[in-house]
Design a binder for this molecule. Structure first.
Ligand SMILES: [Zn+2]
Length: 386
């Protein structure tokens, strides 16, 4: 909107403009009272126009009774911000301001006194004007939605606090060896997460990491299909990353293999956590005695009733849940050994489906063919497209 239009609109508010103009305000605070009258002008410019409208020349107030001339100190805060973000790589930022209790009181008093309904909060003007200064000096972009940095200007303590938002990397992993847990667990030093995060941590100098997987396999199970995950790196000092090289670096481990890496966000983490993929497992099982009539396995396809497995009962509530066993195929290895391919709904406990877990899971392989134990277990397919 043009200056002329703004001046036109002021005609309806002459009395308020008059009172405010005489109220010992800086141009920003004067103009801010008319912030919602029009867009496209700074409050400082609006303040100037209000005075022109009233036929006054340039008025200089020594001390603004609302903001204590905070707008003259913005350069000071800008310099602090530049200094504190010097060694951080970022493209976008947002600024928040914590007013001192004194300024909060003054603003409140002002708003009550003048009942200025089209006034903008002092905070948001400081955030915006400071943002402009930073943008101008650094070429970084103010972005309130998904900023790389959150900058908090604390006027009470005269300090600037900078927090670096995490980066999120989307990919999928295969676990090619047994006996490494997905994430940190007990005394296990090697984890899937650790292997994947290591080269990222080296490059980004982050303060920590988390791996958010679409489910997890047992520690002693391999995962031979790519399991989707998002790796979160906390407080990275660098965020432009050579993802292709990082993939190569991770895959050198021979323990874990990742698919193509791409940048992602927090939303994807929630999506993965909520995902419920069917999975196919390959299980080697060993019977106590020679098994007979493996065809009977067909009869357990359908709903499986599982009470919380005894092996996790110490940390999970004892519940009964129902999960679908969608398919089961078998291959005879010898008189006592079978290899099973089991397709089940997300959350179906496979070891218990085989052993019956002393009757806690029913029906089960043991129920049909006799006492049996699991020799090895692998995830061979994660059915991502249903
Ligand atoms: Zn002011």
């Amino acid at each position: 909107m043009s200056q002329r239009e703004f001046l036109d609109k002021l005609k309806g508010s002459r009395e308020l403009a008059e009172r405010l103009s005489n109220g010992q305000l800086c141009l920003n605070c004067l103009g801010r009272n008319f912030a919602q009258v029009s867009t496209g002008l700074s409050n400082n410019k609006r303040g100037e126009l209000v005075n022109r409208f009233l036929g006054k020349g340039k008025i200089k107030n020594d001390t603004c009774r609302v903001c204590d001339n905070i707008f003259q100190s913005l350069e000071h805060y800008k310099d602090m911000i530049i200094k504190q973000t010097r060694n951080i790589e970022f493209e976008t930022f947002q600024i928040g301001t914590r007013l001192s209790s004194e300024l909060i009181e003054k603003e409140k008093y002002h708003l009550e006194r003048f009942d200025a309904k089209q006034c903008e909060p002092l905070k948001s003007e400081i955030n915006r004007e400071l943002g402009k200064l930073i943008e101008k000096q650094t070429n970084k972009k103010f972005n309130a939605k998904r900023p790389d940095l959150n900058i908090l200007v604390n006027l009470e303590t005269d300090k600037v606090e900078v927090s670096i938002n995490s980066i999120f990397i989307l990919s999928g992993y295969k676990k090619l060896v047994r006996n490494i847990p997905q994430t940190k667990w007990d005394m296990y030093k090697i984890t899937v997460e650790g292997i994947i995060a290591k080269p990222f941590m080296k490059l980004t100098k982050g303060s920590g990491h988390s791996l958010h997987g679409a489910g997890r396999e047992d520690r002693d199970a391999r995962c031979l299909d790519f399991r989707p995950f998002v790796l979160e790196i906390k407080e990275p000092k660098k965020r432009k990353l050579p993802l292709k090289e990082l993939k190569k670096e991770i895959n050198k481990s021979k323990k874990v293999q990742v698919s193509d890496l791409s940048f992602s966000d927090k939303k994807k983490v929630r999506e993965l956590k909520a995902s419920k993929y069917d999975k196919t497992y390959r299980v080697m099982i060993q019977f106590e005695k020679t098994f007979q009539e493996p065809e009977r396995l067909k009869t357990i396809i359908g709903t499986i009733n599982q009470k919380t497995p005894s092996r996790v009962l110490h940390r999970r509530a004892n519940l009964l849940r129902k999960r679908e066993l969608k398919n089961i195929k078998w291959k005879r290895i010898n008189n006592k050994r079978l290899q099973l391919d089991i397709k089940g709904e997300s959350g179906l406990y496979i070891k218990e489906l085989v052993t019956g877990d002393d009757g806690r899971t029913s029906p089960s392989v043991a129920e049909k063919l006799g006492p049996v134990k699991v020799i090895s277990l692998d995830v061979i397919k994660i059915h991502k497209n249903r």
